[in-house]
Design a protein around this ligand. Sequence first.
Ligand code: M6R
Length: 615
Amino acid sequence: MCGIVGAVAERNVTPILLEGLRRLEYRGYDSAGIAVLDQDECINRVRRVGKVKELSDALQQNDIRGVLGVAHTRWATHGEPSEKNAHPHMCNKSVVIVHNGIIENHSVLREQQINEGFEFTSQTDTEVAVHQVEHYLKIEDDLLKAVRLAVADFEGAYALGVISKKENNRLVATRRGSPLVIGVGIGEYFIASDAAALLPVTRRFIYLEEGDIADIRTNALTIYNDKGDIVEREIKESELSADATSKGEYRHFMLKEIHEQPSCLIDILEGRFVNGQLLDSAFGIGIDGRSAVEILDQVKAVQIIACGTSYHAGLVARYWLEAIAGIPCRVEVASEYRYRKTVLMDDTLVVTISQSGETADTLAALREIKELTNLTLAVCNVPESSLVRESELKLMTRAGPEIGVASTKAFTTQLIALLMLVAALGKRRGLAADKIKTLFQQAQALPALIEQVLQNKADIDAWSEHFTDLDNAIFIGRGTLFPIALEGALKLKEISYIHADAYPAGELKHGPIALIDQDLPTIAIASMDGYEGKIKSNIQEILARGGKVYLFADERLDVSDLGENCYVMKVPAVDADLAPILFSIPMQLFSYFVALRKGTDVDQPRNLAKSVTVE
Ligand code: M6R
């Protein structure tokens, strides 16, 4: 996690760095800091605990200016959020570093450096990085060479921006395992953890490869690969506009992103579902030149790997892949999969799902699995991400930047993408063309249904009032709605800090029902999927034990027998296969309104970061 930004220019870079930090704040917001080299070749550094706002307030009192600088917004890993632990880190008031990642062998390096006489002022792993560069500067007296030698000593993941007071027109940047992009200006260059941070100053970007080191000056850029050879990396023009990352008329990014879902669901099918047919070209072309058709033809089973919300999308896909496409599927969280001894059946397509494409566990699992197979597919929202670049096939979710930490539009677009995979594999196993056509016609009808749910916002808000003083809640669902119950519980936990667990409704009687009393509400979701009678019985069991139930139900469901302790909110009638997508919307709105009433920081909930680039 953490966001880094840097600049070398002929103008004052402080406002550029600050704006970059604001745009990177989703990556962490425990502390923020900036260091710039002024015209007297003095490094001025300001750091503050808390959000970028604290830093920008501090800079109002202490206006630091310069043409070379780096800045950082932190998600704490090693060392508490404090000013001392905030980046940039500095050695001998001469070398300055910002870092995203984890230097895993920091204890060994720290010991060596203490013996060498370096003084430590923080508990971070990053401080060893700056001392190591200084150590090599004493030998080489060249920033680029010193950084190259230093990173060779690091184990772990890093994206680094490094400046030295002795070189007032030089920024050295490098990455391995953490993302880093170079923004190309006219007579100026920038670096950042993602392109959106630099959109106010450029739309031209170079995405560094693993192990690349960039030597950046106002009038020259040289990139070396991990073997030390000079390499050309393509400049890509971003299609994002600077305000794609603004809240617009909405109070929070999360609310904006919830409302964007109808148009996102239209965008993701654009040019992919044509004349009643789903095109295999949606999956791109294999890295080794093999066509998607050839690769998909080979697939006999699916292994899905993901984290958090993306994992829940994978769980829905398992139901679909087995029931609709008739293909065996396993799903696992990446943090477990990557360390487990696993058995991969021949011709298994490994599908990683990730909004960011930079989630460390998912990426590490992909890298492990590539030792065994080249049948890999990334379902992802960020085309330039590591996951996409390192996977054989890619299916982009086209949701646009998602800034709110709680994932919303990324999730529903992942579901549609996975439905495309279901269709692509299903048709190879005899799934009728008509069934596929109907499935996607129904998917095309979803935006209108979502709009109807969005119109019911006020009712959902009214329910949320019942939850503001509660500490616990239970979510239940069956079939494809069980993962949606899991997702509802995750949303509620992460933004309202209410403890919530989700169960397949049939599991309650095996233990969790003991928890039920009048103070523990259950949120239930029911579509007309053939399980509706079963979940109604489970609801009756809760009501019989004095529990209260909040039921989101397909409008066709007869709820007349459920009694007054079961509050019901109708959801528009939807085909059972598509129900998990539509029912996600009330779950999102519900957690949003509870969080709003509780006064939490909806877009940047405590202890979290949008992109989890550390283990
Ligand atoms: O970028 P990814 O989809 O790989 O992120 C995985 C999880 O960190 C993410 O889905 C997380 O669970 C969400 N913030 C939950 O809303």
